[in-house]
Design a protein around this ligand. Sequence first.
Ligand code: MSP
Length: 513
Amino acid sequence: MASKFYLTTPLYYVNDIPHIGHAYTTIAADVLARYKKLPGQDVDVYFLTGTDEHGQKIWHAAQEKKEDPQKFVDGMAEGFKKTWEKLEISYDDFIRTTEDRHVKVVQQIFKKLLDQGDIYPGEYEGWYCVPCESFWSELQLKEGEGGKKLCPDCGRPTQLIKEATYFFKLSKYQDKLLKYIEENPRFILPVSRKNEVVQFIKQGLRDLSVTRTAFPWGIAVPGDPKHVIYVWFDALINYISALGYPEDKKFKECWPADVHLMGKEIVRFHAVTWPCMLMALDLPLPKVIFGHGWWTVEGKKMSKSKGNVVDPLALSKEFGSDEFGVDAVRYFLMREVPFGVDGDFSMPAFIKRYNSDLANDLGNLLNRTLTMVEKYFSKVVPERPEDLNGAKDKLIGATEAMETLIKQQMDIFGFSRVLDIIWEQLVKPANKYIEDAAPWKLSKEEKMSELERVMYILCEVLKTIAFYVSPFMPTTAEKMWQQLGLSGKLSLKTSIAGVKTAKGQPLFPRIQK
Ligand code: MSP
């Protein structure tokens, strides 16, 4: 029986349109989902994403636009869906926190925890950061100019709030959670994030205020509707409400999640609040929580006020090649920095990667190879040379080693390293092989069997490259497959021998800027 693999992205706040930061988490999840769906893995993948639509921040955003909040979030959520569609995100479900299926489960969970005494009424007095939707104690705040109390996460001013609330007994689960983290070394990745979380918990967990009364935009507390449920308490539940908790077959099949992917700034909510909620519900914890790094733009934090927000769709259209622009964006984000580390976006860095890795290395390899197959063999790929089975060619050996190497990296979310391996062991050596083998000389000297061997090997390598880059660049992989003359689903078992190639337009025309 196939094993299941349930992976999630965070739910994106709909106060703004998606930028490359949001796209980063989503593309990474998509790469992993597509990789797990490749033939030969025998895995049932379930990939969830969606939008976080309640809370004070969204309430303000709708008010600023003078729109009814529901209408406002409907429009914004549509924008996220469209962007993900254009970026080829292959999610299985998209959940919105304003949907009935979610609201129902959140209220049910709230009531259950209230009934069992894990949630209790009280009064909250403390600090609140609206952009992060998070509560802080005086001691945790950063001191700003003129004594301003700043959020330790985002550095923006916080508000002092005092309101009637319900608390969730986070403190009750502190020791159990610490023990769990210690006993499960892969629970929070990378290790640096785990250390931060452990340090945070060791400072002492205080019970968490889980309802607000200052504004009305949220899920009503059952039986006490002047309270709305705190947006994080609401949103985290999506990971199980989308599966039809508590009774649906999907929930029973998929939970616990195999991985929750997210940016480093929200690891705390996922690695502290969420596990404590799950413990209170007596449910198993997700297997892995991975916190990736943050993207800056030319060294600066992306923000609307700075006017430096990079829209992934606009970026993909920048070079007039809509189709391949998307893959170039996906490639850049996955390749530029190791997953887990911060990255910096700049147009020169993007163009440099595009021109060197995509146009020069990959695009040229396909183009040159197919040109030669066309010229020397009337477009037909030669048969597999017999001597390949015994004295194996180095490049063929590299194609065979790929599976294990890539699996090892994928297991530790080493997306950038996977691309590095494909380039260092297949793409670049294949280009060098063309230079060294000099097929044009072989043709002139009429060394036909040697020429056949060289062209077969190049086509076999290209087939392998198409297969392994497909999770990262699905359109490119499809085009490579077609140009190689192959049909059907990408599979390493498909033979390239004797296939009639169909050279097309260069995959990545060089950017001249
Ligand atoms: N709504 C919450 C998540 C709730 S999950 C139950 C939220 N939303 S968010 O829209 O602010 O951020 C969602 C994701 O986008 C996070 O993984 C975050 O790290 C990522 N990014 C937003 N800006 C980013 C960068 N500049 N760089 C990299 N990722 C960043 O938090």
